[in-house]
Design a protein around this ligand. Structure first.
Ligand code: GDP
Length: 298
């Protein structure tokens, strides 16, 4: 229910448009497909993903000799679902000691997502430690300490302006010593310049490789779902310095452009693993394409 509610704006945008096409056409013709295409693209599903979705639909319609638009709605839904099956969505860190770097530019919802994720994992019975490796932004550590407190997990931080990589070093060794299941590292979204930021990320990854070679690793990039194409560009840049294993797509409650989830996965070939649908602890959800599309069309 929370997911459905969170996606209200997107539902209104995409689904109502699609419904009006299905009710407005009496035959499946070129114009029908063109209208569908326009609605999917307007819904930020992306040109490539839209074209894949419609190609599959056309093929099915032909194979099954479907004539009525209403009879192919389920095929469209299935085709969107299929488009969302990307990469490996396994949550391996639920089974193994894991170190998760959470990366992204300022303001996308990194700190909030780390806090929510800590709460979710704790709830599932995992022993969680948070590393506050955003030592650049003064308020970040305090904000994160508040989340750690609410989630009931420990946090390791550093003084403002201290080396973020040294925070990661300390946290990784604490995680080993304390037999932590999941170490969540919040990172800076901005340093003196972009090159600096990217170098810092590489350094953190090297430190984790060296200090904790056996850990399961994740690099989750946090993207603001309201920013559309910008989010894609950001993910590509981070992807150049870190092996992205998943996406946390935030602020899906504030946007009518939730279709971006389809576009981003298709373009990057990286799975969305979590979506943020609000500002509270429970407003982070494991992303399940099937559930997502069902919540949209239900
Ligand atoms: P950071 O700079 O990337 O660490 O971003 P923050 O975690 O500080 O988040 C920036 C703002 O976005 C805060 O006001 C958060 O409450 C808000 N925010 C984060 N995730 C979500 C979400 O899923 N939905 C909504 N509505 N707001 C969010």
């Amino acid at each position: 229910a929370r997911l459905k509610e969170g996606l209200n704006k997107t539902r209104n945008n995409i689904v109502h448009g699609i419904d009006s096409v299905f009710s407005g056409f009496s035959a499946i013709d070129d114009e029908f497909y063109e209208e569908l295409e326009e609605i999917l693209i307007m819904g930020d599903i992306g040109v490539n993903a839209t074209s894949n979705i419609l190609d599959r639909l056309k093929q099915q319609v032909k194979e099954q000799h479907i004539k009525e638009p209403s009879a192919c709605k389920q095929l469209l839904i299935d085709s969107i679902k299929e488009q969302m099956q990307v990469g490996e969505t396994a949550y391996d860190f639920e089974k193994k000691q894991s170190v998760i770097l959470v990366i992204g530019v300022n303001g996308v919802g990194k700190t909030t997502s780390v806090g929510k994720l800590a709460g979710m994992l704790k709830e599932e019975g995992r022993k969680v430690l948070i590393a506050a490796a955003d030592t650049f932004r003064a308020a970040a550590g305090e904000q994160l300490a508040g989340w750690a407190n609410r989630a009931g997990v420990d946090m390791i931080g550093g003084a403002e302006g201290s080396d973020p990589a040294s925070v990661v070093f300390d946290a990784v060794n604490a995680a080993k010593a304390r037999h932590v299941d999941v170490l969540l590292c919040d990172t800076a979204g901005r340093l003196h310049n972009k090159k600096n930021l990217m170098e810092e990320l590489k350094k953190m990854n090297r430190i984790i490789d060296r200090e904790f070679p056996d850990a399961h690793r994740e690099n989750l990039v946090v993207l603001d779902g309201t920013t559309g194409q910008n989010a894609l560009a950001q993910a590509r840049e981070f992807g150049e310095v870190a092996d992205l294993t998943g996406i946390i797509l935030t602020k899906m409650d504030g946007t009518a452009k939730g279709g971006i989830a389809v576009a981003i996965q298709s373009e990057l070939n990286v799975p969305v693993k979590y979506i943020g649908v609000g500002e509270d602890m429970e407003d982070l959800q494991k992303f399940d394409p099937e559930q997502f599309v069902n919540a949209l069309f239900d």
